[in-house]
Ligand binder design. Structure first.
Ligand SMILES: [Zn+2]
Ligand SMILES: [Zn+2]
Ligand SMILES: [Zn+2]
Length: 164
């Protein structure tokens, strides 16, 4: 199966580019929303952007460079909640951890593909799925609050490695 259009990052992708694109997108979102990407928020985002696997708040707390200051967990939680509210990071509930948004395209934050082997999470275009779920809810007279789907399986590289 061709992985050309796969939302998964290839093994040899330019990860530095991922990080700088992610930071640039966050700056732009904050600019539009008239919010500030403070030093703390930016540092937390960099730790989330460092990996394509979800990062837990506790890991961020451990990796955060406090530069001699006393660690203040509340600052980390506040920064994460700010980034999540703006759709800059997404919470992966099944992992109780966060991934950086892969781009605020249509239907983003709706479907996440979670590789059970390497833990990589990809965010495909979820517009169609989002519409289906909303229709399902409407047809059921159900008042929808959230419609985030986390789908588990093997990413292209892990499925190739396992010879499926
Ligand atoms: Zn990357
Ligand atoms: Zn997103
Ligand atoms: Zn994988």
């Amino acid at each position: 199966m061709a992985a050309e259009s796969s939302p998964f990052p290839g093994r040899r992708h330019d990860h530095d580019a991922c990080i700088s694109e992610g930071l640039a997108r966050a700056e732009e979102i904050c600019r539009v929303r008239r919010e500030r990407l403070t030093e703390n928020r930016r540092a937390v985002l960099e730790l989330v952007l460092a990996e394509h696997q979800p990062v837990g708040a506790y890991d961020i707390l451990e990796r955060f460079d406090w530069r001699g200051r006393r660690p203040a967990p509340a600052q980390i939680y506040r920064a994460l909640s700010f980034l999540e509210t703006l759709g800059i990071v997404h919470r992966i509930a099944s992992r109780n951890a966060y991934v950086a948004c892969s781009g605020p395209k249509e239907g983003h934050g709706t479907v996440f593909l979670v590789c059970t082997e390497c833990g990589t999470v990809a965010e495909p275009n979820g517009a169609g799925v989002g519409r289906s779920v909303r229709k399902l809810a409407d047809d059921s007279g159900f008042e929808l609050h959230t419609h985030i789907l986390e789908v588990t399986g093997l990413c292209p590289e892990c499925s190739q490695a396992s010879g499926v």
